[in-house]
Design a protein around this ligand. Structure first.
Ligand code: TRP
Length: 416
């Protein structure tokens, strides 16, 4: 979800602002809200990231607890480790068990019309969480952020927010439980959101955001204050129409791990404001088609499968570009087998193939050489064609009227 841009080589480990690299840089991987690169074909080393960010790895006992508490089966993205890290999810479950309310918050930076299949992941998880817990959800569309960071007019950024809202709505969110907002529109209309933002701004110094985000003396002041805007929805005080003025409702944020810097800052200031710290669930990145050294990026047509792609385009891109862990010749492949650890098509199957048994079989057959790369790709092509064409159909049903309903500040179906 971070900024898409041509992903530079690993030798070029600089932030866009050209300022100090933030704390999470290591020799061979760099994860910031603007850039994701890894030095390995296997992709980002997530254990290392957990250690750097100081979050908590999701272990089987937490998964078991979620299943126990909700009585619902675990999502395959959770059991397969794509939701891999968290902060304070135990506190959310404690509250839930005691019948105390909480809410979900996630977001999207509308920098392009075309969302890609990687953008679906955090929203699929958010939808699942809303279904199993039955709680309110707020979705922030940071048109302001994209106006500040990209070469976009305010009008164009605002328009893209609405286009992206359609894609998000198409995932099946319940209008009675979900508020989607554009920063440009909502902030100006909500004194409570603005006051919450101000409280955050008063607590965070330039020095702190320099350290966290790599901002510098020549960063424009819009960017410098933006983290307070992404922080504000973590607090129920920002949405009096939903929470009836209560400021103490806990928040759970499903997001890709690159957004964690914003929420480390948010969690840091929360106690000083008398608000609960938001809990977090972190997801991994969907690798780029050409290999897991980078993530899928909307501005790079060759690395991405868009939610608007035709069946023929999906087939062509996967066959042509998806980095293969297979061997050079059929004979060698039969003898040595494929390497699932670097094979992008296999990695995508772990995200999108729901059937555990089938996935396990494919892993075995591909690794042993029984299954060829072309056959593996064929499985993936079929699944993604279905995912994308169904998405296109559902998106067609989403009218401007529906978008307006989701984006109108209002009470949801919950009472506080
Ligand atoms: N900054 C995010 C992006 O560029 C958008 C965002 C805003 C977000 N609030 C969020 C993402 C909360 C996850 C959770 O895509």
């Amino acid at each position: 979800m971070a900024e898409e841009g041509a992903v530079p080589g690993v030798e070029n480990l600089k932030l866009q602002d050209g300022q100090n690299p933030p704390e999470e840089e290591t020799e061979d991987q760099l994860i910031t809200p603007w850039e994701v690169t890894s030095g390995s074909q296997k992709g980002v080393n997530y254990d290392k990231l957990i250690a750097q960010f100081g979050s908590t790895k999701i272990e089987q006992d937490l998964i078991d607890r979620i299943v126990r508490v909700t009585g619902k089966p675990a999502h395959h993205l959770l059991t397969r480790g794509m939701i891999f890290s968290h902060r304070d999810v135990n506190l959310i479950l404690d509250a839930y068990e005691k019948g105390k309310p909480f809410f979900l918050y996630t977001g999207r930076g509308p920098s392009s019309e075309a969302m890609h299949v990687g953008h679906l992941i955090p929203f699929m998880i958010t939808k699942w969480l809303q279904d199993i817990f039955d709680v309110p959800l707020v979705i922030q569309l940071t048109d302001d952020e994209k106006f500040l960071w990209k070469d976009l007019s305010a009008e164009e950024a605002r328009r893209l927010a609405n286009e992206n809202a359609k894609d998000i709505i198409a995932l099946g969110f319940d209008v009675d439980k979900t508020f989607i907002f554009s920063d440009m529109d909502y902030i100006g209309s909500s004194p409570d959101f603005y006051r919450t933002m101000l409280k955050v701004q008063k607590c965070v110094t330039f020095n702190q955001v320099k350290g966290i985000f790599g901002f510098g003396d020549s960063t424009c002041i819009g960017k410098i204050s933006f983290p307070s805007i992404q922080a504000a929805p973590s607090f129920s005080s920002s949405f009096p129409q939903i929470f009836g003025g209560r400021k103490d409702i806990q928040c759970l944020i499903p997001c890709a791990i690159d957004q964690d810097p914003y929420f480390r800052m948010t969690r840091d200031v929360a106690p000083r404001l008398g608000f609960p710290k938001p809990a977090l669930l972190h997801t991994t990145f969907l690798p780029a088609l050409q290999g897991a050294m980078t993530k899928m990026s909307a501005s790079d047509a060759v690395s991405s499968l868009y939610l608007t792609d035709t069946n023929a385009q999906i087939k062509k891109k996967i066959n042509k570009y998806a980095f293969s862990g297979g061997q050079a010749t059929v004979e060698e492949h039969r003898r040595l087998g494929g390497n699932v650890d670097v094979d992008v098509s296999y990695m995508y199957l772990t995200f999108f193939m729901e059937d555990d048994d089938k996935l396990k079989q494919i892993r075995e057959d591909y690794s042993s050489g029984k299954m060829l790369t072309g056959e593996l790709k064929k499985e993936l092509i079929g699944i993604l064609q279905k995912v994308v064409s169904e998405h296109i159909e559902r998106r067609k049903q989403v009218t401007d009227e529906t978008v307006k309903e989701f984006m109108t500040p209002r009470k949801l179906k919950y009472n506080y």
